[in-house]
Design a protein around this ligand. Structure first.
Ligand code: GUN
Ligand code: ZN
Length: 420
């Protein structure tokens, strides 16, 4: 039976960084997991008289949030105090990721992470796993049982990581290939080729993963790029023959459309030009960039490149894409740019979908797209409610939830046309 959801239905006709606009409708009809129609309530109910109606009143109905860069294995170490990137990895991250050698632990954390993400309105995520193939299995099992569209890959490292968290160029290739063949395209799951970052991969490992990507061009490839200045100096020392950080990937076949680079804060003019030319995607992780002290992403890049938004859990300090939009707003303010709420919302939905090359499936509300929706209460706390009282348009209603909202604002989540 079709469902008709009534509320303030927000979708996008185009990219607000390129002059495109949001649109507001009164109802969305979903059937067999997909959006069937969007429009005025009377017209929708006349056209679909047998649909089951759920009235969400003044709540906002949007495409579910898409977290384009997350480390689900870092769920338990979110909000760990006092370190910058390399120390933070060595002190908190690597010891925790070591525990994923135990498939039962991996399964426990994967389930916990997914439930936290859903409670925050995140309906799709692109995660890093750990070095252990079982951590990929755990993530995909958890996503599959919840019906989610989700991405992950074994995080490959063959140097500068502790014993127990290192593979080799050959085993990274073999394990990644086996996992890709096992999972890519199963239900709504996609495998992502995942070298962690250049400091923890030899050129031989990057080359092996470049070869695997060449053999499987439909997959995404994700890694980290130019997050902290100390990291960039380390890359320069490790790869003296490379022109810059991006070149360490480019030289091994890890730069083209379908490449998804997390952070990308401290880019040289050559790197910006090559990223644009290659059609790569960047993922902005603002709560992480402030929490670990990395720097301020240049959102001016969103007019030239595909940019997604992400929590970067657990370098990021929140599971919430609302908190993440707030941080993106603040980071842009520090660079002299006031992002419009429509741009923030777009980044967390369409923008992330486009960065993951999934804009034909998720990230918006339009006929034919998969019905992954979030219903957001725009008055979820007394502080937010009082801030909306004088709102004169949709965005004045929404912005207080962006800046002050969290999981309490999430009224409902629909996954593949089913209310969870
Ligand atoms: N760079 C390499 N690995 C990581 C990670 O796990 N988190 C963050 N924020 N940056 C990284
Ligand atoms: Zn990351």
């Amino acid at each position: 039976m079709a469902d008709l959801l009534k509320g303030q239905v927000l979708s996008f006709d185009g990219d607000p960084f390129a002059g495109g606009g949001p649109r507001l409708d009164e109802a969305v009809v979903i059937d067999r997991g997909r959006v069937l129609a969007v429009g005025a309530f009377d017209a929708m109910s006349r056209a679909h008289p047998t649909a089951r109606v759920t009235d969400y009143g003044g709540d906002l109905i949007s495409a579910g949030f898409i977290d384009a860069h997350v480390h689900y294995p870092q769920t338990a170490i979110i909000a760990s105090w006092g370190k910058r990137l390399i120390d933070w990895l060595n002190t908190y991250t690597f010891p925790e990721e070591m525990r994923f050698a135990d498939p039962a632990y991996a399964g426990d954390v994967a389930g916990r992470y997914m439930d936290l993400a859903l409670a925050h309105g995140t309906t799709s995520m692109c995660s890093y796993a750990t070095i252990h193939p079982g951590s990929v299995d755990a993530f995909f099992h958890a996503a599959r049982t919840r019906g989610l569209r989700a991405w992950t890959g074994k995080t490959c490292m063959d140097r500068n990581a502790p014993e127990g968290l290192r593979d080799t160029a050959q085993s990274a290739y073999d394990d990644s290939k086996a996992l890709l063949q096992k999972w890519h395209g199963v239900d709504r799951l996609s495998y992502v080729i995942t070298p962690r970052f250049s400091p923890t991969s030899t050129p031989e490992q990057l080359q092996a993963l470049g070869a695997l990507w060449h053999e499987n061009p439909a997959c995404l490839m994700q890694t980290h790029l130019s997050e902290q200045t100390d990291e960039i100096a380390w890359v320069r020392a490790l790869f003296p023959q490379s022109r810059d950080y991006l070149d360490t990937y480019e030289a091994q076949g890890l730069l083209r459309e379908g490449a998804v680079y997390g952070h990308a804060i401290h880019l040289t003019p050559r790197e910006r030009a090559r990223l644009e030319e290659a059609g790569a995607a960047l993922v902005h992780c603002p709560t992480s960039n402030t929490f670990i002290g990395s720097g301020l992403f240049d959102m001016g890049l969103a007019t030239r490149l595909r940019v997604g938004l992400a929590t970067d859990t657990g370098g990021g300090s929140s599971f919430s894409m609302l908190r993440t939009m707030a941080a993106a707003y603040e980071v842009a303010q520090l660079r002299g740019q006031a992002l419009h709420p429509s741009q923030l919302w777009w980044l967390a939905t369409c923008g992330s979908a486009r960065a993951l090359r999934a804009e034909g499936q998720v990230g918006n509300i339009a006929p034919g797209l998969e019905a992954d929706l979030v219903v957001v209460n725009l008055k979820s706390t007394p502080a937010i409610e009082q801030a909306t009282r004088r709102a004169e348009d949709l965005w004045e209603q929404v912005f207080p939830t962006i800046m002050l909202g969290d999981d309490r604002a999430i009224r409902a989540v629909w996954i593949g046309g089913t209310c969870r």
